[in-house]
Design a binder for this molecule. Structure first.
Ligand code: BEZ
Ligand code: FE
Length: 303
C-alpha cells in the first residue's frame, strides 16, 4: 500500500498522468497539480479555508447562466485573463495592443452603413468615432468586419437591461471597412462602470477592499482573413480608473485623447446638434491566423 509524505504525494499525482495520450493535456495537468500542491504547502491551508474555497467555486459555477459567466469574471479580476492575453501576444511588432474580451460580446450583427448612430434613444453626450484598419506597413485593409460594443452613460450594456430581448441591440454594431480601410459611426461617450458584483466575485472584491470599476472604453473586435483577430478596447483619456482597472486591462497605447468639438458639422458633413466629442483611432493588424472568440452571450432576438 503506497504511502506518501507532503512532497512524494505531488510526484505520485503527476506520475498518475503518465499514460495520458495527449502530451499537452499531460503537461498542463502535471503543472496544475504542481502549482496547486505548492499553494497548499506554502499556505499551510486549513480544512476550514479549503472548504471555503470549494464553497466559493461551487457558488461561482451556480451563478453561471446562458447570460452570465461568473468564472470568466473571476479569471478577469484575478488577472488570469490578461495574463493569458499577454503570453499569447508577446511579439506585437507594431500591431495594436490587445486586451480582455469581457462578458458582454454577443457575436456578429448585420453590418450597418457608415455614419449610423448606434445610440438611438439613449441619453448621453454625443460622440463621433472615426477609425481605420491597416496592416503593419500602414496599407489599408478593405472589407474587414469590425464589431463594436460599449456601455451607456450609466455604465450598463444593452444585454444587462430587461429590455434586451425585445428591444434589440443598442450601443453595439458591426461595420465593414471601406476601400481605404476606414469606418465611422455616431454614438455617445461611454462612462466608467462597475463589473457585476451581485455574485461571489463581487463578494471577493468587497471582502478584499478593492473597487469594482472599469475605466470608460469602447470595445473593438477586428477580424480580417489572413490576420490575427484583434480584440481590444479604446479607453477614454482622463478617466479616473485608468490606473486601477479591476480587470487589469489598460495599456497606455489604447488610451485615446477625445477631442471636444463645437463645429456645426461632423467629419462626414452631417449637421451636429450642439457640442460633440471626437474619437480617432487607427488599428494595425498583425499577419497570422486564429478564430474570433465565441460570444459569451446569446444575441437578442432582434439582432
Ligand atoms: C467589459 O469590459 O465589458 C468587462 C471586462 C471584464 C469583466 C467585466 C466587464
Ligand atoms: Fe466593457
Amino acid at each position: 500500500m503506497p504511502q506518501f509524505d507532503e512532497t512524494e504525494l505531488t510526484a505520485a499525482v503527476i506520475k498518475s498522468f503518465e499514460e495520458t495520450p495527449n502530451p499537452r493535456l499531460k503537461f498542463l495537468m502535471s503543472e496544475l497539480v504542481r502549482s496547486l500542491h505548492d499553494f497548499v504547502r506554502r499556505t499551510d491551508l486549513t480544512f476550514g479555508e479549503w472548504e471555503q474555497g470549494i464553497d466559493f467555486l461551487t457558488r461561482t459555477g451556480q451563478k453561471c447562466t446562458s447570460s452570465r459567466q461568473e468564472f470568466i469574471l473571476l479569471s478577469d479580476v484575478l488577472g488570469v485573463s490578461m495574463l493569458v492575453d499577454a503570453v499569447n501576444h508577446r511579439e506585437r511588432e507594431g500591431a495594436t495592443q490587445t486586451t480582455v474580451l469581457g462578458p458582454f460580446y454577443v457575436g456578429e450583427h448585420k453590418p450597418m452603413p457608415h455614419g449610423t448612430d448606434i445610440s438611438a434613444n439613449i441619453e448621453g453626450e454625443r460622440m463621433f468615432v472615426q477609425s481605420r484598419v491597416t496592416d503593419l506597413a500602414g496599407k489599408p485593409l478593405a472589407g474587414v468586419p469590425v464589431d463594436i460594443w460599449h456601455a451607456d452613460d450609466e455604465g450598463f450594456y444593452d444585454s444587462q437591461k430587461p429590455s434586451y430581448e425585445t428591444a434589440g441591440p443598442s450601443l453595439r454594431a458591426r461595420f465593414i471597412t471601406d476601400a481605404d480601410g476606414r469606418f465611422f459611426f455616431r454614438t455617445i461617450l461611454p462612462c466608467s462602470y462597475p463589473i457585476p458584483i451581485d455574485g461571489p466575485v463581487g463578494e471577493l472584491i468587497l471582502e478584499t477592499r478593492r473597487h469594482p470599476m472599469r475605466p470608460a472604453h469602447v470595445h473593438f473586435l477586428v477580424n480580417a482573413p489572413g490576420y490575427e483577430p484583434l480584440i481590444t478596447h479604446v479607453f477614454i483619456e482622463g478617466d479616473k480608473y485608468l490606473d486601477s482597472d479591476v480587470v487589469f486591462g489598460v495599456k497606455d497605447e489604447l488610451i485615446s485623447k477625445i477631442e471636444v468639438r463645437n463645429d456645426a458639422t461632423m467629419p462626414d458633413g452631417q449637421p451636429a446638434s450642439g457640442p460633440w466629442h471626437l474619437m480617432t483611432y487607427e488599428f494595425r493588424l498583425k499577419p497570422g491566423k486564429g478564430t474570433a472568440p465565441k460570444p459569451m452571450l446569446p444575441a437578442a432576438e432582434h439582432a
